[in-house]
Design a binder for this molecule. Sequence first.
Ligand SMILES: Nc1ncnc2c1ncn2[C@@H]1O[C@H](COP(=O)(O)OP(=O)(O)OP(=O)(O)O)[C@@H](O)[C@H]1O
Ligand SMILES: [Mg+2]
Length: 595
Amino acid sequence: MIQESQPQASTSLWQLRRVLSSLRAYPLLSLGALSSALLLVAAYAVTPQLFRWAIDQGITQGNLSIVLYCSAGLVMAAVARGVFNFGQSFCAEALSQSVVYDLRNQIFSKIQTLSFSYHDQAQTSQLLTRVTSDIEQIRTFLSTNLIQVISGVVTLLTIAFILLVMNWQLALISLTVVPLAGWLMARFFRRNNQLFRQVQEQLSDLNAVLQENLLGVRVVKAFVRESVETERYTRLNDDLVAANMKTIRAIRNTFPYIFLVSNLVIVAVIGYGGITVIEDRFSVGELVAFNAYLLLILQPILLIGFAAPAIAQAAASAERVYEVVDATIEIRDRPQAVPFTTCGGRITFENVSFRYPGAMSPALSNISFETKPNELIAILGMTGSGKSTITNLIPRFYDVTSGAVRIDGRDVRDFTLESLRSHIGTVFQETTLFSGTLFSNIAYARPDATLEQVIEVAEAAQIHDFIASLPEGYDTIVGERGVGLSGGQKQRIAIARTLLTDYSILILDDSTSAVDAQTAAQIQSALDDLMRRRTCTSFVVAQRISTVRTADRILLVDQGRLVAQGTHEQLMAQSSLYGIILESQMTAAPALQER
Ligand SMILES: Nc1ncnc2c1ncn2[C@@H]1O[C@H](COP(=O)(O)OP(=O)(O)OP(=O)(O)O)[C@@H](O)[C@H]1O
Ligand SMILES: [Mg+2]
């Protein structure tokens, strides 16, 4: 289950190591980034030495050719810095893009394989944040922060070594800036770490409100809640700005001290260094070079300091991403799973009970029935009685809590999921269309279908005439920017989409609920014919008795129990609940029932 995780330093750092180990898949780019970074440090380190040489051997000795050589050297060092800088950022960028590309695909395919029960409990906005902004954090870490830290540490060590070799007394004075600045930075982040995390969390809260409002814009308008929603958004926006300002103040309060310390060290170097130069123990060129190194040494400390919160953030993001990647897939193939090939039509529910994960009470209790070949089974019951739940157990969208669902005597859990599901055509209660043309929506599971095949199923679903009346016909774009469709039209497209698959078992879950009774009856009669020809068994879930009248058998479900079964006539004679439902529908919509 997904929760807003409070990152625990140790586990999230471990997850960051996992990100780092994925760099191994790109040895050339990793090597390129690392060697460019090292060469860049070298190009920086050599520059002050050229200055020293130019001053000591050239200017003070009046040797013009050495001055010219040094100038040429300085130009080359500058060019080299440019080249290695480019190489470093190019390789690091390419590396980060490649790693994140894999990670994005990994998390996406994982989301596709996770069971219904996972998605029941996961928040969509949470999953979206993980695939987008958390992955982006990891990418920034790989493309910038990682290389910053590596080259920062190398620069520090290299310059410290050079300074010690040049003049160890002066080096010891100067290097006091390192622990001092380090201590100031550490104190800064210890105090403000919580603040940085808070900014990220407030940003994701703000995005959640935005997403909710985009998805629910119609509800907001219908209930005239625009101003309340705007207020809610503005309040979170204000909080975010306040938190951001706090971090800016914190930065303002710390960094001047770091610069002060480093300037004090420079004063000490000029003072003590000046004395040693006057006493002829140190040359002017050496002092200039020394000072240049001091300016270079402060930069990596600041870079490492700035990289620290980004690294903590990336570690937290890595933890959130791997939480999805590592989530257990509850419904998967058993080791000796066999493919589902032919269907004889005998579907058995054997004492089936089912409880949704996290639910207090069972949704189904002790359901038992068996279908005969080519039977058309209707499942009828009040809302919330468990009709959809029964149908969800056949393609293993969920696994039974106890009992068994069998097809031709074999437990559905013994079949491979892919073969099982591709032989079961399901039309869900809630219709989802994808952005694209009407053709591609109907041909979703069979993109190679011909127009004739698509028209045939559209006719059976009673949607062909409507589509043909559109100016663009089957090429009409649906979805966000496409044509608007009514609920009933969408349902019929969903039926056509399922009819085009290789089903041998067909499940229609309340698929004509948004269609008027007359069209529903037309769809039903077209389907009746198809079902009897093509399927081994079909299930039709409905709340409307008129839709299920022609079924071979009606299963009447009430509060998760199978309370009666039989034909329309048998149930009318035997079941009081059936009588009540029938009566309520006759009186509620007599005109419709008669049509
Ligand atoms: N994903 C879920 N997680 C937890 N409980 C669920 C879930 N889906 C359904 N339920 C519960 O299980 C029970 C049966 O639900 P089901 O969807 O099977 O009813 P239904 O008969 O199809 O109703 P309707 O006619 O309204 O579609 C209900 O009490 C419902 O609250
Ligand atoms: Mg339902």
